[in-house]
Design a protein around this ligand. Structure first.
Ligand code: FAD
Length: 400
């Protein structure tokens, strides 16, 4: 096949969505007809689900990441380092500081921007709160955690109104509880968990089987006070305040922010919704521009239900991989004239609870569902510890 007839695939983002889409296309039946380019703001892939372990001091960033360029180039995928400034979907090109990149098919896998402006005090770089949403933030939260251990006091952990990535707040609360008990310090640290969810274990998906009863029991057993339908309205260096007037003293606050789409989408007319997320159909194809696909956190999904305090729909790494594989299959189908795949994603996750873990599965993510499973035990903790390096190795070697 000659160079001229090759389809130019440009993929924005070098994380779960971007790397999976790139390698899935490279392995697809139409691979000989493709010229694949990944554009990434970050030079490294980081296994984001392990960030709480970085904060707790169990892992370093080095241990959970790898440089993406050598692994992409080894597979014949071009890698462009840099941030896409915007997309001109009419002209089919991505605008970069280094020049424009034209495409036949575009995959947007740019993840999120933390919308810290939503609540005064969300941090760490805009206010006194801590966060786990990026490698830099996880490292900052870890440094603050070390200082906190020298001078402990009350902690508030949870999520802000409109958050969608709710699991890490639970993981952090359980891990902190476990770490403090191991040090014999738990009695010096009252922990309060605040969440916009109408009940524990809603997770932005309307609940998952008996997760609610399980998490309520665990929080009560572990003396973690909790407030549901809580709208965090302000974080200061010594408190977390809720709309309605309740305030909790806090010497260490970790509140997960609501998310928005990245600036590049916001700057691209006609591409994103008002929050900067990309609306797609069930084949992960843009609703207006049929050669544009979006996967992972970049996709705009409506919430599953209306809750007293807004809770948004999560897009986990596990779901992102499914979306990216489906988008790759659908691009291959579009090239060959085949039918697109439209299976709704399911969610499977392991919640690290410090001394144990819970594995949950919901298929499909939105209720009503065909399958809901939950199981608890130390074996899931070991599974999570083994899975992280295994998945990272698969990403590095392109075995998606
Ligand atoms: C603390 C934490 C724990 C989590 N735990 C789990 C878990 O246990 N299980 C699970 O399944 N999921 C988990 N998740 C969710 C999971 O990490 C995300 O679903 C996943 O990272 C989404 O992948 P993505 O590729 O869509 O976006 P991201 O991982 O956010 O990657 C986006 C990429 O796009 C790049 N980018 C952004 N803008 C541009 C631009 N303009 N130009 C070029 N590149 C750009 C970024 O640099 C980045 O490389 C967790 C998330 C967090 C924060």
């Amino acid at each position: 096949m000659g160079q001229a007839s090759r389809q130019r695939i440009v993929i924005l983002g070098g994380s779960f969505g971007g790397l999976t889409a790139a390698h899935a296309l490279r392995r697809s039946p139409v691979r000989e007809r493709l010229e694949i380019t990944v554009v990434s703001k970050d030079d490294r892939f980081t296994f984001i689900p392990s960030l709480p372990w970085v904060t707790m001091g169990h892992k370093s960033l080095e241990q959970i990441s790898f440089p993406i360029r050598p692994s992409l180039e080894a597979k014949g995928i071009r890698c462009v380092s840099g941030e896409a400034e915007r997309i001109d979907a009419q002209a089919r090109k991505v605008v970069l500081a280094a020049g424009d990149l034209e495409y036949d098919y575009l995959v947007i896998a740019t993840g999120h921007r933390s919308a810290n402006e939503a609540v005064p005090g969300l941090g760490p770089f805009d206010g006194p709160g801590h966060s786990l949403m990026s490698p830099r933030e996880a490292v900052e939260a870890g440094e603050a955690w070390k200082r906190f251990l020298d001078d402990p006091g009350p902690m508030v952990i949870g999520s802000a109104p409109g958050a969608s990535c709710l699991g890490p707040a639970y993981e952090f609360a359980f891990e902190v509880d476990h770490a403090l008990k191991r040090r014999g310090m738990r009695h010096r640290v009252p922990i309060t968990f605040v969440t916009p969810e109408p009940f524990l274990g809603h997770f932005g998906v309307g609940g998952m089987g008996r997760a609610r009863q399980f998490l309520e029991g665990e929080f009560e057993h572990r003396d973690i006070r909790y407030r549901t339908s809580a709208a965090v309205s302000k974080i200061t260096a010594s408190s977390v305040e809720l709309a309605g007037g309740e305030a909790f003293e806090s010497r260490y606050s970790l509140i997960i922010p609501p998310l928005a789409g990245v600036p590049a989408i916001a700057r691209s007319p006609g591409l994103g919704n008002p929050k900067g997320f990309v609306p797609t159909d069930e084949a992960f194809r843009h609703k207006e521009f049929e050669n544009v696909y979006a996967v992972g956190v970049a996709v705009g999904y409506p919430p599953v239900d209306q809750t007293p305090v807004p809770v948004n729909f999560p897009k986990t790494g596990h779901m992102t991989v499914q979306m990216a594989k489906a988008a790759a299959r659908n691009i291959a189908a579009a090239i060959t004239g085949g039918a697109p795949t439209r299976r709704p994603p399911f969610v499977e996750c392991i919640l690290d609870m410090g001394d144990t873990a819970a594995r949950m599965l919901a298929d499909p993510v939105r209720p009503p569902r065909n399958r809901v499973k939950m199981s608890v035990g130390r074996r899931w903790l070991w599974a999570k510890q083994l899975y992280a390096p295994y998945f990272t190795w698969k990403m590095r070697t392109g075995r998606v």
